[in-house]
Design a protein around this ligand. Structure first.
Ligand SMILES: [Zn+2]
Length: 157
């Protein structure tokens, strides 16, 4: 099954079987991790991402409380800034560029703002090889189709 599915501004032709196999293979950094940040994410995941994306994420085969990787990049009084990544297999048909335009040197990641209030949530969808972070390994012929669903978001704690 390779349905064509929307996620915010993106349209992705998702290989649901290959995406499930990523889930089954295990060994991802955030999987079964018991560190404080992963435990916090498990607690807040259901509500931290905009509820408008719930149905879209579900159809993509993404479980919000089971990211492949995550870390906290900002710690403030009452707020943590999380980077949370999920991976699917498929082809990005359209959507915001993963790079900010007009900067040839030191290309900057482009996060599309999917929510600004009450907490900021940005989303970047790219081929995994346009990300510098962990990516699952899959069979050779589909490795180029691994897609990183990359959130940066504020979480009130
Ligand atoms: Zn962890």
């Amino acid at each position: 099954m390779r349905p064509t599915l929307p996620l915010s501004t993106w349209i992705i032709a998702v290989d649901l079987d290959a995406t499930r196999s990523i889930r089954r293979q295990g060994g991802h950094p955030a999987e079964e991790c018991l560190c404080a940040d992963c435990m916090t994410w498990k607690r807040v995941a259901a509500k931290a991402l905009p509820s408008g994306l719930d149905e879209q994420l579900k159809r993509l085969g993404i479980e919000k409380d089971k990211p492949t990787d995550l870390y906290v990049y900002g710690r403030h009084e009452g707020r943590l800034d999380f980077r949370v990544m999920f991976h699917v297999v498929g082809k990005i048909l359209s959507g915001a560029s993963p790079w900010l335009q007009g900067s040839d040197e030191g290309r900057m990641h482009n996060y599309h703002v999917v929510q600004s209030e009450p907490t900021w949530v940005g989303l970047r969808v790219s081929k995994a090889w346009d990300s510098f972070e962990y990516a699952p390994h899959v069979e050779k012929d589909v490795q180029s189709d691994v897609v990183c669903i990359d959130f940066r978001l504020q979480v009130l704690v």
